[in-house]
Design a protein around this ligand. Sequence first.
Ligand code: A2R
Length: 311
Amino acid sequence: MKVLIIGAAGFVGGYLINELSASGWEVHATHLPHETIQPECFRHVLDVLDKDAVKSLICKITPDIIYHLAAQSSVAVSWKKPQLTAEINIIGSINVMEALPDNTRLVLIGSGEEYGFILENTCPIKETENLNPANIYAVSKVCAEMIGKIYHRAYNRDIITVRAFNHSGAGQAETFVISDFCKQIAQIEKGLKTPEICTGNLSAKRDFTDVRDIVRAYRLLGEKGVSGKTYNVGRGKAVSIEYILNTAMGFSEIPITHKIDPNRLRASDIPVIEPDVSEIFSDTGWTAEIPIEQTISDTLDYWRENLKGKD
Ligand code: A2R
C-alpha cells in the first residue's frame, strides 16, 4: 500500500507516519518549507494552496490512499485569521479533491468541533446529528467535509470524512488541556514555577483519546472505511477536566494545588461533548484502547524530558 500524508509535520503527522510504516506501507509525507518531519519516510515540500504543485505531486506518487491533515488547526487563530483559516482548510482541501485520481482514496480529517453547540441530551452524538459550528475553524471543517460529500456524489470520488474528537499525547502543543497541565507540573517539579496549576472551567466534560489510538483509527478507516461515509473518532466516554487535572496532579513528584485563572475561562463552554462511536466500530472494529491515565503519564514524561530552561 502506498500512502501520501499531506500536512505531516504537525502533531498527528509523525504518529500517523509511524503507524502506517509499522504496517509495512510505503509512506510519503509533505511538509511546508519551514517544517521538518522526523520519522523515516519519503519527504516532499508542499503548500496545499499551490494547486498545480498538489496535482503534480499526487500524479507523481499515485498513492492508494491520501490522508489530508494540512490545516490551520487552531480555534483561537481562526478568530484572528479567518481568511487564512478558510483558505487553508477549504481551498486547500478543494485543491486535493480536484487532484484526486479515480482510484485513490481520500481520508479527509475534520473535527468534533463541527457539531458545535450541543445539548446534553444529544450525547452521545451520532454522525447524523445536526451540525451547529460555533467558530470559524469548525465552519471551515464543515465546509471541507460537505465539499468532500459533493466530490463523492457528483464525481464518484472515494472519500471518507472523519470527525476527530479531542486527542492528546506526547509532543502536543501546550494550548491543549492535557499538555498544558503536564507542562505546568513539569515546570513545578523543576522549580521553574510556584506549586500551583492554573486552570479554566473544571466541570466541562470532553472525550479524550490517545493520539496513538487515533492514528490506528485513521489507518483502519483507510483500509476498511466505507466510501462516502462520515465517522466520529473518539473514545465515546467523556471525562471532566477536573478528572484530567486530578490524574495529572497524582503523577506529580511534589504536592501541587490549583487555582482557576479567569483568563482561561471561555465565554460559552458546552458542558458535555461525547461522540457515539458505533459506526467506526461496526465498519472497522476500532475502539480506543490506551487508558487516558497512560496518555497523561506519557505526556508528563515528555514535558519532563523536553522542558527548555526558558520554559
Ligand atoms: O501551521 P503550521 O506551520 O504548523 O503547519 C501546519 C500544516 N499547514 C499546511 N500544510 C501545507 N500547506 C499549507 N498551506 C499549510 N498550512 C498549515 O498542516 C501543520 O504542520 C499541519 C497540521 O498540523 P497541526 O496543526 O499540528 O494539526 P494536528 O494536530 O496534526 O491535526 C491534524 C488534523 C488537522 O486537519 C486538524 O484540524 C484535525 O486533524 O483535527
